[in-house]
Ligand binder design. Structure first.
Ligand code: PEP
Ligand code: MG
Length: 456
């Protein structure tokens, strides 16, 4: 790893991989590379890393259940985009299951049944059939715009992790890409992706989306996303540590390679560049300076690029509170509620013990979201949301009432949300949201929204 020659340096990963396999055999552990699974199974694991999850083959992996993790851990998010049913954070499933057991799992309700009775199997087989029927109905909405019942248009966009997700994005009628998590391009590689490799990936996404808006987020590594070839010193609190933009501002060459690739790709579509984990105006200033430097380099080299829009994720409370000042410096905001909730409630998004603090409907969080939306509108810019909350059936009507402009979610949530929005009026949701802001708990808001939307 400390060799000067890049080629040999990168081989360290291969040596580590062999070491891992040898150890597994010596210890007699049932090691399996998740990508090698070639028969229909439900995977049971203590944990699945995001890159393990990315390798699962949907054809064979019918679902997975893990001991740890939360609704917004990246393996759960990946499962949603791969449309693999998953239940995470069960604490002890691994200890309760034997190889060969029959399992029913329901990713919607979070239920898991081990060796279920015939009636349970029948009930869930029916539920599965009903869901397939619903999917056929949703498919008819694919080319329709997303309109509320009182004709307010909002944008329903998709979150992606790689150009491989585009098929599902187009199938589900996304009106744009609201978040391309580029770190998966780095994670699925054995070395840093080159400028050209990155350019090709970004170009593929921009071309597929034609003139639709594509928001590409710069590298957000750290937290639960690791790069085997870029060791980050072990930290006690990785989610509060050296990740995302913090790392990119230190590792300037890595960052600039990405910025150059993005700029070069910008001629192929409607590119919006987004910086993650911005806490201070100084970080934003530094990131923008590096973008300007990259533009100057390309200009000097005679390489073409287009005018790109620049935005930030609002996922740290400090940035949300200062949104009025940030709004003067950027073209758009996208609220990352997965992190904004974990930081607002001081609850690790991976830890099942504090999973109850994932409270997207809590008025404290809703007020923060409202502040950000209002601050952006005052400066004439738009606000989107790309955290899991944007595709949530209770949260999205409230967000419609709060005036959120863009909703970015797993592709599979787009059509159900389009169907829901067509049945509700923004004017009604505005009143509902105002009432929610005055309530005092997550549960109170949830019950109120369910009651208000009864029958929808
Ligand atoms: C978020 O924090 O809400 C977000 C969309 O980013 P990620 O889940 O990748 O941290
Ligand atoms: Mg985030």
């Amino acid at each position: 790893q400390s060799m000067d020659n890049d080629y040999f340096k990168e081989r360290a990963v291969d040596v580590k991989d062999v070491r891992q396999r040898v150890l597994v055999h010596l210890l007699g552990l049932p090691y399996r590379d998740p990508s090698e699974i070639d028969q229909e199974v439900v995977v049971i694991a203590h944990d699945l890393t995001p890159s393990d999850t990315a390798q699962l083959n949907r054809k064979f992996v019918k679902g997975f259940v893990t001991n740890v993790g939360g609704r917004t851990s990246h393996s759960a998010i990946m499962a949603r985009s791969l449309e693999i049913p998953a239940v995470v954070g069960t604490k002890n499933v691994l200890e309760s299951v034997q190889n060969g057991d029959t399992i029913v799992l329901d990713g919607f309700s979070g239920e898991v049944f081990l060796n279920p009775a015939k009636e349970v199997i029948e009930k869930f087989t029916q539920k599965q059939k009903d869901f397939e029927e619903k999917k056929r109905l949703w498919a008819t909405l694919r080319d329709k715009p997303s309109m509320s019942k009182d004709n307010v248009h909002v944008e329903l966009a998709a979150n992606i992790g790689s150009p491989d997700d585009l098929e599902s994005v187009l199938k589900n009628g996304a009106e744009g890409i609201g978040l391309y998590r580029t770190e998966f391009l780095y994670m699925n590689n054995s070395a840093l992706p080159t400028e050209h490799e990155q350019y090709e990936a970004y170009k593929a996404v921009l071309e597929a989306m034609k003139d639709k808006r594509v928001v590409i987020r710069t590298l957000d590594i750290g937290g639960d996303k690791k790069l085997p070839y870029l060791p980050i010193p072990k930290e006690d609190n990785p989610f509060l540590g050296y990740r995302a933009l913090r790392l990119c501002l230190e590792e300037k060459e890595i960052f600039k390679t990405q910025l150059r690739a993005l700029l070069r790709a910008s001629v192929h579509g409607n590119l919006h560049i987004m910086f993650p984990m911005v806490a201070t105006l100084a970080e934003l200033r530094d990131a923008k300076l590096l973008l300007e430097e990259s533009k100057e380099e390309l200009y000097r080299e005679g390489v073409e690029f287009s005018d790109v829009k620049v935005g930030i994720m609002i996922e740290i409370p400090a940035a949300a509170i200062l949104a009025d000042q940030f709004a003067k410096q950027v073209d758009f905001f996208s609220i990352g509620t997965n992190d904004l909730i974990q930081y607002s409630f001081a609850a690790d998004r991976m830890n099942p013990k504090v999973a109850y603090l994932y409270q997207p409907y809590n008025p404290s969080l809703l007020r923060l979201v409202k502040m950000v939306i209002d601050a952006s509108h005052k400066e004439g810019i738009w606000t989107g949301m790309c955290g899991e909350m944007a595709g949530d059936r209770i949260a999205s009507p409230i967000l419609l009432g709060l005036g959120l402009d863009e909703y970015s979610m797993s592709a599979s949530s787009i059509l159900p949300t389009r169907e829901l929005f067509a049945k509700i009026k923004q004017s009604d949701m505005k009143k509902m949201a105002e009432a929610c802001l005055q309530m005092s708990s997550n549960e109170e808001v949830e019950a109120f929204v369910k009651k208000t939307l009864q029958g929808v």
